[in-house]
Ligand binder design. Structure first.
Ligand code: FAD
Length: 397
């Protein structure tokens, strides 16, 4: 598959492969009992998957508690409002599927969702392609294919969406600063232990932490996870992740700037107009990179990192235009985040391994998140939310 085909299929910056039935991967539904009134559910992690799972349980009147390692919710969809006058998404930014995903996540037709989103103007928005010697300008439509579907939030973000529509129903159920280090599911009373020694009991647990956390052995399971699950966790490839946002005096760049290595099995690299569709006078250029391209930036720091990026842009656009117009920048290194440790699993994983990651265990342990899916789609906010829906449906029985 070449770069264009890859991008066309997977979206520019992530994976949005067709989603079929998220429900039919239930692996042990036949043996499940309906949830009783004394059942207690713990959710580990308050990212999009953990929040979605709690929200769906709340809709069904089922009690639960979310245990989050960090002092805040959001995980890899965190944003900052302090760099410019619209939220800058430091992780998940685009909607990789139709915006009907928003009501789908909310799962309540009485809720009216008023989140402005905007797609790209495929004919009129310029896209740049830099092959090392020259910048070729084109339209986005020609560059990425006319079915290019990613959407931007306007004056908003994925985090805002969850804050507005999901968080009010679950906020009181989240306990922060509780990194979980062990889950003992050897008896019907599952014991979950936090780093500070505090224990919690439940008879159902939804694990909604990034798979990299399991790969790095940050949570011990008793008994050990089954061999096929351990093998899938061990073998799955999680790309490194780095984003940067540069403020410039002028807008000298197109809506997207690609390179020959913009989307390969080694990773992804893209500069883009981060202020696209936003109501702002600021010129903000985003840098999105995963895998090996991300590691190039991660291996630098401070002024050397800034100058490397400015030099890369000066090489593409000429006349020192980036250096001369630079105002300020921010960076986000996802490998350095203590409860993410990376970006997301690559677009090239074996879907059967992803399916194993998503399988529940003994009607006690359930897995929700962007890596624990049915194997049809992964590594996105919508995949995380859909996987939470599947986990809750399995859990409720
Ligand atoms: C650079 C980058 C760009 C991206 N771009 C896009 C995009 O444009 N569109 C898109 O749809 N997706 C994008 N994604 C992917 C998207 O952000 C993720 O798919 C999504 O956030 C996954 O949600 P999750 O709930 O599974 O995991 P997370 O968002 O990682 O949430 C997991 C939560 O678990 C917590 N946690 C971890 N370990 C523990 C522990 N031991 N105990 C308790 N809590 C713990 C974490 O603190 C976190 O809050 C991007 C991601 C990155 C990194």
């Amino acid at each position: 598959m070449n770069r264009k085909e890859f991008i066309k299929i997977c979206g520019i910056l992530g994976v949005s492969l067709p989603f079929h039935s998220a429900i039919n991967a239930c692996n042990d539904k036949a043996t499940q009992k309906p949830l009783g009134t004394n059942d207690r559910v713990l959710i580990i992690g308050a990212g999009p998957a953990g929040m979605s799972a709690g929200y769906l349980l709340a809709q069904q009147g089922i009690d639960f508690q979310i245990l989050e390692a960090l002092p805040t919710y959001g995980g890899r969809i965190k944003h900052t409002r302090s760099f410019t006058d619209f939220p800058i998404s430091l992780g998940g930014e685009w909607i990789h599927v139709a915006n009907t995903i928003l009501p789908e996540i909310i799962n309540d037709s009485s809720v009216s969702i008023t989140v402005p989103t905007q797609g790209y103007d495929l004919q009129n928005d310029p896209s740049g392609y830099f092959n090392g010697t020259s910048l070729e300008l084109d339209t986005l439509g020609n560059h990425f294919g006319s079915d290019f579907a990613d959407l931007k939030f306007v004056g908003s973000s994925w985090l805002d969406f969850f804050e507005t529509y999901v968080l009010p129903d679950i906020q009181s159920k989240i306990t922060y600063n509780i990194p979980i280090t062990a889950i003992d599911y050897s008896t019907d009373d599952i014991v979950v232990t936090a780093q500070n020694g505090q224990t919690f009991t439940a008879n159902k647990v939804i694990v909604a932490v990034p798979v990299k956390i399991l790969q790095n052995g940050m949570i011990n399971f008793t008994p050990n996870l089954p061999n096929n699950k351990q093998k899938a966790i061990r073998n799955i490839n999680v790309w490194s992740g780095f984003k940067a946002f540069f403020k410039f005096r002028t807008k000298f760049y197109p809506a997207y700037l690609s390179f020959p290595n913009s989307a390969t099995p080694r990773g992804q690299l893209q500069y883009y107009d981060a202020a696209y569709a936003q109501n702002t006078a600021d010129n903000i250029l985003g840098l999105f990179s995963t895998g090996q391209p991300a590691e190039v930036y991660q291996n630098l720091s401070g002024n050397a990192q800034r100058d490397y990026i400015l030099n890369e842009l000066d090489t593409v656009f000429g006349n020192n235009v980036a250096s001369l117009n630079y105002i300020e920048h921010i960076v986000q290194n996802w490998n350095a985040e203590p409860y993410a440790n990376g970006a997301y699993i690559t677009a090239y994983e074996d879907s059967r391994q992803v399916r194993i990651l998503g399988q529940s265990l003994d009607n006690k342990l359930f897995f929700a998140g962007d890596a624990y899916t049915t194997g049809n789609d992964w590594s996105s906010v919508h995949a995380a939310a859909r996987s939470a829906k599947r986990a809750v449906e399995e859990l409720v029985g």
